[in-house]
Ligand binder design. Structure first.
Ligand code: 2DE
Ligand code: MG
Ligand code: MG
Ligand code: MG
Ligand code: MG
Length: 323
C-alpha cells in the first residue's frame, strides 16, 4: 500500500473533515473569516485526522464521534500553530504568510483562541468522559512543553531526557492522542486505544527527530529558511546535543555562538557545518529508527488482517523515509 492509496481510501472521510474544518473556523467577522480561509487554503497533510480515521477502523468507523474527533484534532493543531508562530516570531508557514505576519501578534493570539474555542465546541459532542480527560491532558502538556522550551533556549547544559521530553510534548503527544481518540470514538476498548496511543507516540518521536535532522541536512531552498535555523534560534536539537556531548571542540564553538547570537554569519555556518559532519546526524537517525521499530512492534500485535494495520505500517515507513 502507498501513501496515495491510503489518502484515496479515506477520500470521502477526509473531504467531510475538510468541509467541517471550513465550517468550524468560519465566522461572520471579516478578519477571522479571512485568516481562517488562509489557514484552510494553506492545507497541510492532515496527518492527525488521518491517524484518527485509521485508528477508528479497529472499532466502528461509522460513528459520528470519529469525524468529530478528527476535526477536533486538526483544530487543536491549527490553533497551536497560530500561537506558535507568534512565540517563534515566524512569518511563513507552509510557504504562506502566517496570521501574525499578515496582521499582528495580538490578532493572531485571538485567532488562535477562536479556533481553539471551536475545538472545545466539538469536544462537547463526546459522551465519553475519558475522551475529555485525555484531550485536556495533552493540551496541558503542550503548553507546559512550550514554557519549558522557552526556558531551555540557548542553554547547552541539557541531557537526552530533557530533549526527549520536549519533543514528546511538542509533537508526539498530539499524534498519540490522534490515534487514541480515533480508537475511543469508534468504541474500541481502552486497552486497544492505549496501544494505538503508543503507536502514535513512537511515530511522533521519530517524526520530530527527523524534522530536527532535516533542519541541518536540508538545503535553504528545501527548508524555506537557512539550514541550522533551529540552532540559530537557540533551540538545541538532537544533532547539536550529540555533537557537543561527543566533541569538546564543537561544544566550545556552540557555546561561543550561543552567547553572542549576533555573531557573524561565518561563525554560525562553521558550527552548523561541524555539527553536520560530526557523526551526530547518523546517531540521530539511529534513534529515530529505534522509535520506528517500537512503532512497528506495536503493529505486529494488532490484528494483521485489518487494512488499517497495513496503512499504519505504510505511514510509519513513510516517516522513516522522509527527506
Ligand atoms: C511547533 O513546534 C509546536 C507547536 C506547539 C504549540 C503549542 C502551544 C500551546 P515548532 P514549527 C502554542 C497550546 C495552545 C493551544 C492548543 C491553543 O518547533 O517549525 O515551533 O512547525 O515547529 O514552527
Ligand atoms: Mg515553537
Ligand atoms: Mg514554530
Ligand atoms: Mg522544525
Ligand atoms: Mg514543523
Amino acid at each position: 500500500m502507498t501513501l496515495v492509496q491510503i489518502y484515496n481510501q479515506q477520500k470521502k472521510n477526509l473531504s467531510v473533515i475538510e468541509k467541517e474544518l471550513r465550517r468550524s473556523v468560519s465566522s461572520d467577522h471579516p478578519m477571522i473569516e479571512s485568516a481562517a480561509a488562509d489557514l484552510i487554503k494553506a492545507g497541510g497533510k492532515r496527518i492527525r485526522p488521518l491517524l484518527a480515521l485509521l485508528a477508528s477502523e479497529y472499532g466502528d468507523p461509522k460513528r459520528q464521534d470519529v469525524i468529530d474527533a478528527a476535526v477536533t484534532l486538526e483544530l487543536i493543531h491549527m490553533a497551536s500553530l497560530v500561537h506558535d508562530d507568534v512565540v517563534d516570531n515566524s512569518d511563513l508557514r507552509r510557504g504562506q504568510p502566517t496570521v501574525k505576519a499578515k496582521w499582528d501578534n495580538r490578532f493572531a493570539m485571538f485567532t488562535g483562541d477562536f479556533i481553539f474555542a471551536r475545538a472545545i465546541e466539538r469536544i462537547s459532542h463526546f459522551e465519553n468522559a475519558e475522551a475529555h480527560r485525555v484531550i485536556s491532558k495533552v493540551i496541558r502538556d503542550l503548553s507546559l512543553g512550550e514554557i519549558e522550551q522557552i526556558k531551555q533556549l540557548f542553554h547547552s547544559e541539557q541531557n537526552l531526557r530533557c530533549y526527549l521530553l520536549r519533543i514528546k510534548r511538542k509533537t508526539a503527544l498530539l499524534m498519540a492522542l490522534s490515534c487514541q481518540l480515533g480508537a475511543l470514538a469508534s468504541g474500541c476498548t481502552f486497552m486497544l486505544s492505549r496501544r494505538l496511543y503508543y503507536f502514535g507516540y513512537f511515530i511522533g518521536m521519530s517524526f520530530q527527530i527527523t524534522d530536527d535532522i532535516l533542519d541541518f541536512t536540508g538545503s535553504e531552498k528545501e527548508l524555506g529558511k537557512p539550514a541550522g535555523s533551529d540552532l540559530r534560534n537557540g533551540n538545541l536539537t538532537l544533532p547539536t546535543l550529540y555533537a557537543i556531548w561527543a566533541n569538546p571542540e564543537i561544544r566550545k564553538k556552540v557555546d561561543s555562538v550561543l552567547s553572542d547570537p549576533e555573531k557573524d554569519d561565518k561563525a554560525w555556518r562553521q558550527v552548523i557545518h561541524d555539527i553536520r559532519f560530526s557523526g551526530a546526524i547518523e546517531r540521530s537517525e539511529q534513534l529515530s529508527r529505534r522509535y520506528l521499530e517500537k512503532a512497528m512492534k506495536i503493529l505486529s500485535d494488532l490484528p494483521d488482517s485489518k487494512r488499517a494495520t497495513a496503512a499504519l505500517k505504510e505511514i510509519a515507513a513513510y516517516i522513516g523515509k522522509r527527506r
